[in-house]
Design a protein around this ligand. Structure first.
Ligand SMILES: [Fe+2]
Length: 562
């Protein structure tokens, strides 16, 4: 195994379930990471990890031979390679040592490896993890679990001491017996994530983006159902099947949803409230039994920005770190950190909070991409200060800007590397972006990206939220200036932009602030409905040309349509 200063130690993590991804650590620090969907352009793509791994190796300029260890994770077993649309890189040829870890352990390590804490508790909540029989961390599991059924992870609580991850309480559930009905759960029977996904499918007719339910909930009224979905027994969470009896009008498709908008909004309101209560109660129970000031949090349910804020607002958790790639796209991250810290016994390298690990395309790569579009564009390369000034001027004038700079974000949110940006206050601009750029539902909200020092001025809690996974409330006096980024109920899914790892985006908001007096921008992901976020310059240019985006910034290039 190489160990000299000239030869870095590489650990590769790979996630093989849906939302597949690969992550490369160099001497314990993330150097490249990519979600498979960004490469293949199929949303939530998973399975064969060849493309994602090659992207990481090529970006770093190494081969598999340079990698010391590969750690992999999947739901259930690693499928037979025939199910993988072609052989994996590890199928036949010689390869580095390859080990597998189970699902919640990978989620837990993703949070522990990136959190600012030296030691902490770690919470994992999702819809379905590994079967009990495949868990390599099956300690402290409840007594009296049903025998003879397949049981899968649903929530786990760990202690991370800086070197080891010890399970304090791991809970399991049988798989749902009802997968076919309109409110059937596709995963475990007794999980928060499973419930949320089932209601999302009921409301929207599909499970393409379960998080939409959170955006819809504020349009709903209280009182859809008096039934409580979750109950707790002996510190364990269960789902009461009775909730399904009130849900007898599943939306077949988007037209059905639209035709009965208020009804589905009321359902979303109720489901969101149920989930928030359950998440709070689970954190409260675990914290009571295993007190910890600091908790790192991962698993798909951790993407619920409203439930997350409630944990802090109600004082259930003192210090909370939420891993931005909290869904299964973050499994590869956890695999890599498990490899470095737990398996190789190396020190955790302090992480700077950055979550952008995609490749940069370089000025020549971008110029080539621009030239390929010939006379449909005009572009000029600009110095940073001029570029920021010109872009801010356009934003201040109400133009919609495609913003593509450096390597992409890892995780579901665009944080200023692959973003569509606009003025946060000009009336109607948000609706225009939904209708003419994103081609998505008109109820979908937009997030404010704000200078951190102004968060307390504009929003009630003013909390730091660098990953856009905590909501806040826009103060009354800023509701006009921030109209496009304040949701119907007065909340906003804030991103406080960190200068340390997001300097160019930070600089743009500063430039915009100088022109308008508003230190915030509307920030939404650089994609259309159903499309993964753009990865390459060519994808960005295509979307720019096909949509109502007025200006495109590609690294140092300022681009207009001809
Ligand atoms: Fe998961």
């Amino acid at each position: 195994m190489p160990s000299s200063a000239q030869q870095p130690i590489y650990v590769l993590g790979t996630g093989l379930s849906h939302n597949g991804s690969a992550v490369l650590l160099r001497d314990g620090k993330i150097c490249v990471a990519i979600e498979k969907e960004r490469i293949t352009r199929r949303k939530h793509d998973g399975g064969n990890d060849t493309e994602a791994i090659l992207y990481c190796l090529e970006t770093e300029g190494i081969t598999l031979e340079d990698v010391s260890l590969v750690v992999q994770c999947a739901n259930f077993e690693i499928p037979d390679r025939k199910r993988f649309h072609g052989p994996r890189l590890f199928a036949e040829t010689a390869h580095p040592p390859l080990i597998s870890i189970s699902h919640h352990l990978a989620h837990a390590w993703s949070a522990a490896g990136t959190c600012p804490f030296d030691e902490c508790a770690v919470m994992v909540i999702d819809g379905c993890g590994s079967p009990l029989a495949q868990c390599i961390d099956a300690e402290n599991i409840p007594e009296g679990l049903p025998a003879g059924e397949m049981l899968c992870e649903k929530d786990s609580f760990y202690r991370f001491d800086g070197k080891k991850m010890r399970p304090l309480f791991k809970d399991f559930s049988p798989m749902s017996g009802d997968r076919e009905s309109a409110v059937g759960m596709q995963t475990t029977r007794d999980s928060i994530g499973g419930f949320y996904a089932a209601v999302s499918r009921y409301v929207f007719g599909n499970m393409d983006d379960v998080g939409k339910l959170m955006g819809l909930a504020p349009f709903g009224n209280k009182g859809f159902s008096g039934k409580d979905v979750f109950r707790f027994e002996n510190s364990r969470l269960f789902v009461a099947e009775e909730w399904k009896s009130d849900l007898d009008r599943p939306a077949a498709d988007y037209a059905a949803f639209q035709a009965d908008f208020q009804y589905y909004a009321d359902v979303a309101h109720w489901a969101q409230e149920q989930v928030e209560k359950a998440v709070s109660e689970l954190f409260r129970l675990r914290s009571e039994e295993f007190p910890s000031e600091k908790i790192a949090y991962s698993g798909g349910v951790a993407l619920n920005a409203v439930a997350n804020a409630r944990l802090l607002n109600e004082g259930v958790v003192r210090e909370l770190y939420i891993e931005p790639a909290a869904g299964d796209n973050g499994l590869a991250l956890g695999c890599a950190f498990y490899g470095w810290i737990a398996f190789l016994g190396r020190e955790k390298v302090k992480h700077d909070g950055n979550t952008c690990f995609g490749r940069s395309y370089g000025q020549s790569g971008i110029r080539t991409a621009l030239e390929a579009f010939g006379d449909r564009l005009t572009f000029s390369e600009m110095a940073e200060a001029d570029l920021l000034d010109r872009t801010a001027e356009n934003l201040a004038a109400g133009k919609i800007v495609g913003w593509f700079r450096e390597g992409a974000e890892f995780g579901p949110r665009a944080l200023g590397r692959r973003s569509i940006l606009a003025h946060p206050g000009i009336a109607g601009l948000g609706d225009r972006i939904n209708a003419e750029v994103k081609l998505r539902e008109d109820f979908r909200p937009f997030a404010p990206a704000v200078l951190p020092e102004l968060a307390g001025l504009y929003f009630e809690s003013g909390r730091k939220s660098p990953y856009m996974i905590l909501v806040d409330r826009t103060r009354e006096e800023f509701r006009t200036n921030l109209a496009n980024v304040t949701h119907r109920n007065g909340t906003a899914r804030v991103q406080t932009v960190e200068k340390a790892w997001n300097a160019r985006f930070f600089g743009l908001i500063e430039a915009f602030s100088e022109k308008t007096g508003i230190g915030a921008l509307l920030n939404t992901s650089f994609n259309r409905k159903g499309m993964p976020i753009v990865e390459t310059p060519a994808e960005a240019i295509s979307l720019f040309l096909e949509s109502a985006i007025d200006v495109l910034v590609l690294d140092d290039f300022f681009v207009l349509k001809r």
